[in-house]
Design a binder for this molecule. Structure first.
Ligand code: FAD
Length: 410
């Protein structure tokens, strides 16, 4: 595969370019381009290999805990996810979940919590999971019902979580439950939950179109020690949203990776398939499609690396991350669909690269906030920014023009 020119963009630093090239070479020798029939084993193996390769050091932060950098390097996360996604959806998933599942510990954990979990995450010796969604609380996170009551030195956890990636194979779950300090989103607290805790049950495993471990979890009077609370009581919603602000941008990067792979497959097909006496790529209809695909990918990548760069510069990126995730996932779906079309009948054969990409991309438009949720986040962000910054100026201008009119009249 040709080296992607985005590496020359000014959002990135030399270390990111080195990371991309080294990981690309590692993927070419370490990742098999097919799905292992035993999914749990395949995931465990990938996590260990990603740990051995040193890539998971980028999923956490803090050199004292085995990380590659002191703060989360969002651009490194994006480079890694984009590269892995170009090679293997499951490898991207294994990497992403180590980051998402431990992200709240990196951002809000105590030193003791970081020491206990982060080095094992970075080495690939502990598998992480992030348990936020519930059967009645997916897009509407604040509707969660899972309940944790403080009694003595532990919280007693009751309820359910669903659609939990790595559910069934994770060594720990960062979980969010209602602790009722205040109504709605201000009454939620984050915890680190050990699946060996009595009362913790894997209630159901799901098979999905882009196979990876996914489960519904059930908790019956699970005793969670107070020192497994993550962050302050009632701050769980903030903990979850801050974690998602980082990892949403990386979902966009994975989508860009899937789309780049689809474009590469499409170019290979269009330049080699002969029909009506010429190559598929010689038709202007094909060229228009290829142009749209390439432009869409660059637009998505620009939004993705802008969000990552802004976050690494210490800025809040709720709106930028939402723009990146919405644009990259929706664009990637269109690009992959167009690539599949160019393959004709061959495109719909199970486990053909474009067929696999077609299945891999679909859940990205739903998890970590569906596209409609991203639209609301963006709209809320720009409306409140308008109300804070733009409207007062307009009001001042109006008052000044009113004053001038009054002065003219008098
Ligand atoms: C493969 C996969 C992996 C996942 N992994 C995890 C995980 O590791 N941890 C975790 O906590 N969760 C995980 N999830 C859950 C995921 O975050 C939720 O599925 C998602 O938030 C949507 O919630 P829901 O499924 O309950 O759908 P609902 O909330 O019922 O939403 C259904 C649809 O309604 C639409 N919609 C939503 N809000 C609005 C609105 N305001 N206006 C109009 N339309 C709207 C959207 O199209 C949405 O897809 C995963 C999901 C999938 C599919």
């Amino acid at each position: 595969m040709a080296e992607p020119s985005f590496l020359d963009w000014p959002f990135l630093e030399p270390r990111h370019r080195t990371l991309a090239r080294d990981l690309d070479a590692w993927c070419a020798t370490h990742l098999r381009d097919s799905h292992d029939p035993n999914l749990d084993d395949a995931c465990r193996k990938l996590v260990r290999e990603l740990g051995d390769g040193g890539w998971l050091k980028n999923a956490i932060a803090g050199s004292a805990y085995g990380a590659a950098s002191e703060n989360i390097d969002t651009r490194a996360l994006c480079i890694i996810r984009e590269t892995l996604a170009r090679h293997s959806g499951l490898a991207d998933f294994a990497f992403a979940m180590q980051g998402l599942g431990s992200g709240a510990i990196t951002l809000f954990g105590t030193d003791a919590q970081k020491k206990e979990y982060l080095p094992r995450v970075a080495a690939g010796h502990a598998i992480a999971a992030f348990a936020l969604s519930e059967p009645e609380a997916g897009s509407d996170v604040a509707a969660m019902r899972c309940d944790a009551k403080l009694t003595g030195n532990s919280y007693v956890l009751n309820g359910e979580k669903t659609w939990i990636s790595n559910g069934g194979i994770a060594d720990f779950y960062v979980l969010f439950a209602r602790t009722n300090e205040a109504p709605g989103s201000r009454g939620i607290t984050a915890f680190i939950v050990d699946p060996k805790t009595p009362g913790f049950e894997i209630a159901e495993r799901f098979k999905i179109m882009a196979p990876h471990p996914l489960a519904r979890l059930k908790f019956t009077n699970c005793q969670i020690p107070v020192d497994h609370r993550l962050g302050e009581p009632g701050q769980g919603f903030k903990v979850a949203m801050a974690t998602l602000d980082v990892f949403r941008t990386s979902v966009a990067a994975a989508a860009v990776g899937f789309a780049r792979r689809a474009l590469s497959e499409a170019l290979g097909r269009a330049t080699s398939r002969t029909m009506f006496g010429q190559k598929l790529a010689d038709f202007q209809l094909t060229q228009a499609k290829l142009a749209e695909m390439a432009t869409g990918i660059d637009a998505a990548a620009l939004l993705t690396y802008r969000a990552a760069w802004l976050r690494d510069a210490g800025r809040r990126v709720t709106v930028e991350a939402a723009m990146a995730k919405m644009t990259a996932t929706e664009t990637a779906q269109r690009v992959i669909d167009a690539a599949m079309q160019m393959f004709g009948g061959q495109g719909v054969v199970t486990d053909e690269p474009v067929e696999r990409l077609y299945r891999e991309i679909r859940p990205l438009r739903i998890y970590e906030g569906a596209t409609e949720v991203q639209q609301l986040i963006i709209a809320r962000g720009i409306i409140s920014s308008f109300q804070e910054h733009d409207r007062p100026q307009e009001r001042t201008k109006r008052i000044e023009s009113d004053k001038t009119a009054t002065e003219r009249r008098s």
